[in-house]
Structures are given as structure tokens and as C-alpha cells.
Design a protein around this ligand. Structure first.
Ligand code: B3K
Ligand code: ZN
Length: 876
């Protein structure tokens, strides 16, 4: 074994699962809160459940004392592992273990466990943060009832919150006070939360369908109270929706949400006390964009829905993460679809899936929705586990239908309430409720890689028979060379020559069915024979994106036809996108051959047609107007060419802006905001469409229009749309606008993040230098995750042209940032690495530079195991 391997952190295997040796009936936690030295006393009522030693996870804890049934445990019976865990040797089969530990929240820069932010206390325990608070079997299959008592200085820390319902509070003589919380529902340690500090609540109420009165509180810093209305409204709508659609009610007397500006992710579903990144709570029109409003609605709903899918029914082990995340993303997608335009929501979700998950599935970190092994579980909160996991739930929903899916959910919850289970329990419930054998769908959970679906068809005029041949294949991924076919539901229909929807009859069926029907491709290749087809039809395949696959084999002529005529809005949008993508990839190839770029008039025609029909659904029109993104195009290429892609895209934007200038301008003018700002779907759609028009007009040379909009805008959506366009230009108003924006908003951290991001994503040749200068800006702080993402993440993921600079400066910049961040916040550092792992789609010289940076990261002494895992797997 060489040293590298000897030092390599241990990898955890899914097949190695063993049930916990001890169960815990109840736990009592006592916190004496102090930023420098918090004392945590834990009383665990332990009972043997299986073979094995009494091992309690721990990480960075200072043990003050340990007692068993009130008697101090002699030191020789306490054994500490190198990872910080504590094993109690010769422990009896039952008893009360009491430990007292000391921790230092103010020194916790990892933001995992108990930490301080702005002088207040917050926790983040998923996945393995609870062991940074106290010794405990920190695994999701140990579920217990928590009682938590918090004590702190009353003046500095007036608010004391934890999970469950309040159960008493009072003052103490020395200026301190206490509060007790009891959570009646057993839960795993990752759902524990504590929030304490100088916070104010925005309050509302909710009465559940069965009459429970629930107090709703959103806790924020003083001064942020006027930005909570949208979050509260989203929460109330989510609670009602879950009752109506899934029959699931809230189960405590209070629901608390606390917002914190130092947070590693979006939010966390702790039982009865959700902790949120301020980004997903705070919004008012002057500070938040429409995208922010939509993000808040989605994340509030997502965390609320976890109360049943995640909390009441939880995961047996972390390999089952998608059991709660895939299902809960599916639920939040359905909720948002019901709030506005289902078609536009689906388009956005598919766009997101293809922007993040498809590249992951094609790269070195490709892993199944249910992974087989991990070194650091934090690295597996991925687009694959979340977004592809949601697609797999959607596949089941599509396959068995909405009614059977609902029966399956009822069964899944009834059977598994207060249990920690596996994905088999979920699929099994769906199978039982539907009576359909779903075993082959497990292939979607266990195989990585995006299936390719190839469609071919032929028409027999004499027999009036149309035959569709579907073939599937899944590319090899690291560790999985060969794959098996998976069941692929293909929602489809046939159109006649004028775009009319045909009724269809498969060979063997008695009557023709009108409208969309479902074909199920189960083999590597299958033929579907349609009878009584009077003339050669145009097939519309994968309606609503009925499976997360790459569909191939649709001719450009058919794409153009479908983009105009299909009855399914998703296929209309998709066909336009794929037509444009094909064209652009051809132009990239031409550019690489040194040919001058041309222009396909069909694109301008499509833009004009979209503008003419825009009034009916402006949000859909805005989606249809958007050219395929640079990342999407790169993901379609064997070897990407980020600069050529950018140039081609710019060229088309400019040409469309020129050729359709009058119509774009008219549309832009007609959509001028009249009246107060509204965040309903139609208003959001109108602003999106107007800003799409603006983008084309600016691309065609009218930067002045962006400058004028920047001056006139009264909401952040329009302000930011204008400024981000202006930033790419050399217009004289550009620098002044950036300065004015900073001067106005430097005291508002969420708005200032936007200022960093738009500059990080700038198309100007000096973008890299600008990013370096911003890194040295007094307002930049690597320790704040939102700020780090706003600059470093936005540059590496949102500026492919400059990140992939041929001289490797973009790669070096990212690796330097990862190395600087690793000792501060390893989980964030590991997360930032991802773009460096995408070297497979780059030309050899670039790939070599990217790999060199990954190796440089690996050479850093004392690298965290999460960053080690990402960098080493990134080289595979
Ligand atoms: N469950 C959390 C994510 C925790 C991530 C830990 N590294 C948020 C969510 O998915 O709802
Ligand atoms: Zn979640």
C-alpha cells in the first residue's frame, strides 16, 4: 500500500449496513449557551437492540464527565476513536448514560453542529453535525423523543427555540433565563435544531383540516420583518396543499422558521423548527427578483413537505437519501405547478435537470440515485439524488397514474410512520397500491448515467400502418461498465399534416384512443405498430418530458413542425430548443473549421411567431425565446468548445436582435409595468418576456435601453436584468451603474451577493481580472457561503467562457479558492470543486490543466475527507 492509500479516508459501503446496537427511548438535552464555551449535558435512556458495542459518534467534543445510572464511568471503560467517537466498554444492556461536553460555537466556521452567526446561535445537523454537539449514535435509524432545555443570558439571547412544542420557560437570578421544548414525535438526531438569540417574529396562524390550531412564526433579525410576507404566504399555501392533495396535516402546535445569513445550503427541515438561509425567506420587490420569489415558494414548500416525507418517515441510512429528497422535490414541483402554469414549471424543472444533473451523470462523479458508496455523505446532496430522484418518482407516478400514486402514498405513510426505511418500502407501496410490477424501476435507482432514447419510424402506405422503433442504451459510468435496460414511459401522440391530433390504435387494440398515450419501453429495443394511419404522421414523443433521457433521432424538419403545431406545450418548447441547438452545434463546427457564421432565417421566423402569440402566455413565450444555454450546448458535444459556443450564441442573439428589432421593441414597449408590482404568474411572465426582448435589443447594440431601464426600474427584477446586460457592455453608463448599485445596496447582504454574481458572470474579456479584484474587495468574505457562491461559484459554473480560458487561469483561481476554503468550511470547499471535474468534455490541453489543479488540491496537507473525495473522484 502506498502512503496516499494508507492516508485515504475510509469509504462507506451500502452493503455494510448493520442495525444499531442500542436504541434510545428518550433523550434529555441541556444547553448552557455561551458563544465561547457552551456546556451540553445529554441524558440518553439506552436499551440494547442488537449485537455490538455501545459506540457514540463524536467530533471535536471535549468530554467533561460521563456517568452511567448516576455513577461516574471510570476512564478505562471509555475508549476514543481517531474520528472522535466514544465507545463505552462493557456497557450494560440498558441504563441512563449522562455525558457533559464543552463546545465553542463561535469558533465553528464549518457551520455544521452549533455555531454563531451575527451573535445568535444556530444549528445544522444533517447529515452528521449532531456529533459535533454531543456524543450520540448519529445515524438516521436511531429515532428518539427529545426534551431540550436552553439557558442563556436574557438580554443578549432573549429568544430560545428548539424542536416540538414549548413546555415552560422562566427567569433565573443571574440575568439568565431558560426555556424547555418537548418534541412528542420520535426523530433521528439529524433533525435536531436549536436557534437562540436576539430575533423577532413575524406571526400568523393556521387551522388544520381536523381543527388543530398552529402558531406560525418566522424569526428574523430586527429590521427584516417587512420581508417575510411572501414566505409566510407560501407556507400557508403549502400546508393547505398537502392536506388537499395528499391528506397530510401538520402535527405540532407551532411551526417555527428561523432565517440565518451564514448557512451552507438553502434550508433545513428540522422538526417544527426549520432553519433557512435568508436568501429563501426574505423578499420585497425592491430587493428580490421574481426568481427569488419563486425560489422562496419552492424551498418553503419543500422543507414543509419534509414533515411527512423525511421526518415522520425517514431514511434507514444515508444511501437512501433520495427516499426523502427525490420524493420531496417531486412534491414541491407538483405544488408549484399547481400555483401557476404547469407547462412553464415543467420546462423550468427540465432546464434545471439538464443544466446540472445531465453533466454530473456524464462526468467522473456520476453516481446512481441510490449510491453504492461514499467517503463524505455531504458530497451526495447532488442533482442526481434530488432532481433525478424526483424524476424517478415522477416515472412511477406516470406509470401507475395519479389515483394509484395517491393510494401508494397513503400506504407508504401508514405503514412506515415513525420508522426509518429504505427505497424498497416506497416502491413496494406503489406496487401494492397499483397492482403493477414495478421491480424493474429499481434499475433507475441503482444505475448511473442518462439513458439515450433513439426513435426511428416507418410508414407502410398500403397497410396504413405506422411503426415506431424505440431503442435505449445507458452509457458506462465510473464503476458501472455495463447497464441493463430500464422501463421508460414514453408519453406520445401523432399529428396529421396540418397539426391535428390523431386518434391512435396499436396493433391488438380494439378501438382508437384520442390524444396522448403512454408507451412503455422495457427492453433495449421495441417496436410499436399503429394501425389505421391514413397518411404518414409526425410523432410527438416524450410529451411533458415523461422520462429523464436524451431523446435522439428527430429530424430538424419535424422539430420545426412540432415547435409550431404540437398540442403538448413541453414538446413545442423542446422542439424549438432542440432545433436551435442542432443549428448552433453546426455553427460551432463551422466556426472551428474557420468558416464565417451564417444565419438561419427559421430562427427569426420562430422569434416573430413567438412574439405574435406572446400575449396568451407571456411566461411560455419568454421560455420559447431563450436560446439554448452555453452549458446545455457544451453537454451535447463530445468535446466542448466554450469560447466558440459563446461566440455563436452571441452572434445569434445579435442577429435576432437586428432582424426582429422592430417587433422586439414593440413587445418591450407594450409590456411596460403599469401599476403596483405583483408576483402572480402572469406578471412574472410579462417581466420575463420584456427582459428577454431587452436582452436581444442590447445584443444588437442598444445598450442605452438597458441603461434607461436601470435608471427607471422600481423593482429588483427589472433593475438586475438591466444591470446584468449593461455589465457585459462598454456603455459609458456601465461603471457608474455598478457603483451606484453598490452605494445603494452595500448594507444589504442578499442584494450585494447579486452585485458580485453579475460581475462574476460577465462576458467581457476582463472578467477574470474583475473577479480577482472582487475577491480582494472589502465586502468579500470567503467564510460566508452565500458570498463565496456569489463570486466563486457564479464564475466557475456561470461563466464557462472565462472559467475555461485556454491558459488555465480560471481553473487555478477555483483551485486556489478551494484550498483556501477547505480549512474553514470543508463542506463548502468540496461543493465548489465540481466544475473542475468536468474535464472529460474538454479538449486534451484543457483537460490536462483541470486535472493538474485537482492534483494540486490533493497535495494539500490535512485536506478534509470531503474535499479529498471530490478531488480524487474528479480525476477518475
Ligand atoms: N435536507 C437538507 C439538506 C441537508 C444538506 C446537508 N449537507 C435540505 C433539504 O433538502 O431540504
Ligand atoms: Zn430536502
Amino acid at each position: 500500500m502506498d502512503t496516499q492509500q494508507e492516508l485515504a479516508p475510509r469509504s462507506i459501503q451500502r452493503g455494510d449496513y448493520r442495525p444499531p446496537a442500542y436504541g434510545i427511548d428518550t433523550v434529555e438535552l441541556d444547553f448552557q449557551l455561551d458563544a465561547a464555551a457552551t456546556v451540553v449535558t445529554a441524558k440518553l435512556a439506552l436499551r440494547r437492540a442488537a449485537e455490538g458495542p455501545l459506540r457514540l459518534d463524536g467530533d471535536g467534543l471535549t468530554l467533561v464527565e460521563a456517568r452511567w445510572d448516576g455513577v461516574a464511568i471510570p476512564p478505562e471503560r471509555l475508549s476514543f476513536g481517531t474520528d472522535g467517537a466514544l465507545t463505552i466498554l462493557e456497557a450494560p444492556d440498558a441504563g441512563l448514560l449522562e455525558t457533559v461536553v464543552r463546545i465553542a460555537p463561535e469558533r465553528n466556521t464549518e457551520l455544521s453542529g452549533l455555531y454563531t452567526s451575527g451573535g445568535n446561535f444556530y444549528t445544522q445537523c444533517e447529515a452528521e453535525g449532531f456529533r459535533r454537539i454531543t456524543f450520540f449514535p448519529d445515524r438516521p435509524d436511531v429515532m428518539t423523543r427529545f426534551t431540550v432545555t436552553l439557558t442563556a443570558d436574557k438580554a443578549k439571547v432573549p429568544v430560545l427555540l428548539s424542536n416540538g412544542n414549548p413546555d415552560g420557560a422562566g427567569d433565573l437570578p443571574d440575568g439568565r433565563h431558560w426555556a424547555r421544548w418537548v418534541d412528542p414525535h420520535p426523530k433521528p438526531s439529524y433533525l435536531f435544531a436549536l436557534v437562540a438569540g436576539d430575533l423577532v417574529a413575524v406571526r400568523d396562524r393556521f387551522t388544520t383540516a381536523s381543527g388543530r390550531e398552529v402558531a406560525l412564526n418566522i424569526w428574523v433579525r430586527r429590521g427584516d420583518e417587512d420581508r417575510c410576507a411572501h414566505a409566510m404566504d407560501s407556507l400557508i399555501r403549502s400546508m393547505r396543499w398537502d392536506e388537499e392533495v395528499f391528506g397530510l396535516e401538520y402535527d405540532l402546535d407551532v411551526f417555527n422558521i428561523a432565517a440565518v445569513s451564514d448557512f451552507n445550503m438553502g434550508a433545513m427541515e428540522n422538526k417544527g423548527l426549520n432553519v433557512f438561509n435568508t436568501k429563501y425567506v426574505l423578499a420585497k420587490p425592491e430587493t428580490a427578483t421574481d426568481g427569488d420569489y419563486q425560489g422562496i415558494e419552492t424551498v418553503i414548500a419543500h422543507e414543509y413537505f419534509h414533515n411527512w416525507t423525511g421526518n415522520r418517515v425517514t431514511c434507514r441510512d444515508w444511501f437512501q437519501l433520495s427516499l426523502k429528497e427525490g420524493l420531496t422535490v417531486f412534491r414541491d414541483q407538483e405544488f408549484s405547478a399547481d400555483q401557476g402554469s404547469r407547462a412553464v414549471k415543467r420546462i423550468r424543472d427540465v432546464r434545471g435537470l439538464r443544466a446540472a444533473q445531465f453533466p454530473e451523470d456524464a462526468g467522473p462523479m456520476a453516481h446512481p440515485v441510490r449510491p453504492d458508496s461514499y467517503i463524505e455523505i455531504d458530497n451526495f446532496y447532488t442533482p442526481t439524488v434530488y432532481q433525478k430522484g424526483a424524476e424517478v418518482v415522477r416515472l412511477l407516478h406516470t406509470r401507475i397514474g395519479a389515483a394509484a400514486f395517491r393510494r401508494g402514498m397513503d400506504l407508504y405513510i401508514a405503514r412506515n410512520d415513525n420508522r426509518a426505511v429504505t427505497i424498497e418500502e416506497f416502491v413496494g407501496a406503489m406496487q401494492e397500491a397499483s397492482g403493477i410490477d414495478l421491480s424493474a424501476f429499481m434499475g433507475w435507482y441503482d444505475q448511473a448515467g442518462t439513458p439515450e432514447l433513439l426513435a426511428e419510424d416507418s410508414y407502410d402506405a398500403e397497410a396504413k400502418r405506422w411503426t415506431l422503433t424505440l431503442r435505449q442504451s445507458i452509457p458506462p459510468t465510473p464503476g458501472q461498465e455495463t447497464k441493463h435496460p430500464v422501463p421508460i414511459p414514453v408519453a406520445m401522440g401523432l399529428l396529421d399534416g396540418s397539426g391535428g391530433e390523431l386518434a391512435t390504435r396499436l396493433a391488438g387494440e380494439n378501438a382508437a384512443e384520442p390524444g396522448t398515450r403512454l408507451l412503455l419501453l422495457e427492453q433495449a429495443e421495441q417496436r410499436f405498430v399503429f394501425e389505421d394511419v391514413a397518411a404518414p404522421p409526425t410523432p410527438s414523443l416524450l410529451r411533458g418530458f415523461s422520462a429523464p433521457v436524451r431523446l435522439k433521432g428527430i429530424s430538424p424538419e419535424r422539430l420545426r413542425f412540432l415547435a409550431v403545431h404540437d398540442t403538448d406545450p413541453f414538446v413545442r418548447w423542446e422542439s424549438g430548443l432542440q432545433y436551435a441547438a442542432g443549428l448552433m452545434l453546426g455553427m460551432v463546427a463551422a466556426r472551428q473549421r474557420g468558416e464565417a457564421p451564417g444565419f438561419d432565417e427559421a430562427l427569426a421566423e420562430a422569434v416573430l411567431a413567438t412574439l405574435r402569440g406572446a400575449e396568451a402566455d407571456p411566461a411560455f413565450a419568454a421560455e420559447a425565446l431563450a436560446l439554448p444555454g452555453e452549458g446545455f450546448l457544451a453537454d451535447q458535444m463530445e468535446i466542448a468548445d466554450p469560447q466558440a459556443i459563446h461566440q455563436v450564441r452571441q452572434h445569434l442573439r445579435r442577429e435576432i436582435g437586428r432582424r426582429c428589432g422592430a417587433e422586439l421593441r414593440a413587445c418591450y414597449a407594450s409590456l411596460a409595468e403599469a401599476g403596483a408590482y405583483q408576483v402572480d404568474g402572469r406578471s412574472i411572465g410579462r417581466r420575463a418576456l420584456r427582459n428577454s426582448c431587452l436582452a436581444y435589443l442590447v445584443a444588437a447594440g442598444d445598450a442605452g435601453l438597458a441603461a434607461a431601464q436601470y435608471e427607471a426600474a422600481t423593482n429588483m427584477t427589472d433593475t438586475l436584468a438591466a444591470l446584468s446586460l449593461l455589465v457585459d457592455t462598454t456603455h459609458p453608463a456601465r461603471d457608474a451603474a455598478l457603483e451606484a448599485f453598490h452605494a445603494r445596496w452595500h448594507g444589504d447582504e442578499l442584494v450585494l451577493d447579486k452585485w458580485f454574481s453579475i460581475q462574476a458572470m460577465s462576458a467581457r474579456p476582463d472578467a477574470m481580472e474583475a473577479v480577482r479584484a472582487l475577491q480582494a474587495h472589502p465586502d468579500f468574505d470567503l467564510r460566508n457561503p452565500n458570498r463565496a457562491r456569489a463570486l466563486i461559484g457564479a464564475f466557475a459554473s456561470g461563466n464557462p467562457q472565462h472559467f475555461h480560458a485556454a491558459d488555465g487561469t480560471g481553473y487555478r483561481f477555483l483551485a486556489d479558492a478551494v484550498i483556501a476554503l477547505d480549512p474553514i468550511n470543508a463542506s463548502m470547499a468540496a461543493r465548489l470543486i465540481s466544475p473542475l471535474g468536468m474535464w472529460r468534455r474538454q479538449a486534451p490541453a484543457r483537460a490536462a490543466l483541470m486535472r493538474r489543479e485537482l492534483r494540486r488540491i490533493l497535495e494539500v496537507p490535512k485536506l478534509s475527507k470531503g474535499t479529498f473525495e471530490k478531488a480524487s473522484k474528479g480525476l477518475l
